[in-house]
Write a protein that binds this ligand. Structure first.
Ligand code: HEC
Ligand code: HEC
Length: 268
């Protein structure tokens, strides 16, 4: 009988712990940090959805329609949208963003683009002065600005690659600027590489494309190739994991309780 009471007590304690963790997880989800979310949004999403969320290559994110907006947003962001250029951002899908990152971005989208919170402005980027390469049209200094606003999220700030292939490399072929321009202009079908030319529904003019190609050719493969971005590491154990472990323990506790109860009845 003592054993029975002990295991029932333990089960009750575990149940309370599970409830407490569940409650704090629910709080944390409504509590995301919109400021941090705004910075992550600018760095990863604005190229396609616009700084103001009104859409560019990607959809308009104002007044996102759903019953549980936060949950739908989080799933869409984590999994991407297959068959479109909307990438899967969640780590479970090989993306660069943690669950916390995605929760923060989702809170930012819900506040800023529904008009209840201020929209974070794009950071001012001071273009470096880069000497044009001989025989290449296009101004690499102006191209750096285009690259910063449109390509960094996937190709990395030094062209080292992230979601997209590295662009800091020695290009084969005798007219690499034409190759880069045409790929950037048309995108790569069946991948998340969007078509950037205005002629293909993108936001970039022919001049932008010439400039960004000129800039990409000045990226230094040597300084970037030895340090590719490290693969996303697992963050600290998430509240969800703790919840799962506790739920597992609780089930074990209940089973042990039933067994000892039966044992006590049979022997008594
Ligand atoms: C390369 C461009 C690109 C980037 C970068 C991008 N998206 Fe998207 N996103 C899209 C496109 C395109 C769609 C619409 C896909 C379709 O046709 O359904 C979309 C759709 C979405 C939707 C669904 C909108 C709706 O009305 O159904 C959400 C939410 C979203 N994106 C959030 C994000 C967030 C958050 C980020 C940054 C972490 C991000 N996106 C980065 C291109 C992009
Ligand atoms: C949403 C992510 C994304 C964005 C934003 C993006 N790219 Fe890409 N890009 C990719 C992916 C992914 C590939 C590789 C596709 C494949 O599998 O072939 C790629 C490939 C390329 C290639 C071909 C590289 C090679 O070695 O053949 C070029 C050039 C390129 N991108 C230029 C650009 C430029 C310029 C921009 C900005 C105007 C840009 N990309 C923005 C995802 C992106």
């Amino acid at each position: 009988m003592r054993l029975l009471r002990l295991s029932l007590g333990a089960t009750l304690l575990l149940l309370l712990a599970v409830l407490a963790v569940g409650w704090s997880t629910a709080l944390a989800q409504t509590d995301g940090d919109p400021e941090r979310g705004g910075e992550l949004y600018i760095a990863n999403c604005a190229a396609c959805h616009g700084v103001d969320g009104k859409g560019r290559i990607g959809a308009n994110l104002e007044n996102f329609p759903a019953i549980d907006v936060g949950a739908v947003l989080a799933v869409t962001i984590a999994n991407g949208i297959e068959g479109t250029v909307m990438p899967a951002w969640g780590r479970a899908n090989g993306g660069p963003l943690s669950d916390d990152d995605i929760a923060d971005i989702s809170i930012y989208i819900q506040g800023a683009f529904a008009g209840s919170d201020p929209v974070l402005p794009a950071p001012t980027y001071i273009a470096p002065q880069i000497d044009p390469l001989p025989d290449i049209d296009g101004d690499p200094s102006a191209g750096a600005v285009v690259f910063q606003a449109n390509c960094v999220a996937c190709h990395g700030d030094k062209g080292q690659g992230r979601f997209g292939l590295p662009l800091a490399k020695s290009w084969s072929g005798n007219q690499p600027e034409l190759y880069i321009r045409s790929v950037a202009s048309e995108g790569i079908r069946g991948t998340i590489m969007p078509a950037w030319a205005q002629a293909n529904g993108g936001p970039l003019s022919e001049e932008d494309l010439a400039n960004v190609a000129a800039f990409i050719l000045t990226l230094d493969p040597v300084s970037t190739s030895p340090q590719p971005e490290p693969p996303p590491t697992e963050g600290p154990v998430s509240a969800n994991t703790v919840l799962l472990i506790l739920a597992g323990l609780m089930v074990v506790g209940i089973i042990v309780g039933i067994i000892t109860y039966r044992g006590a009845r049979e022997s008594g």
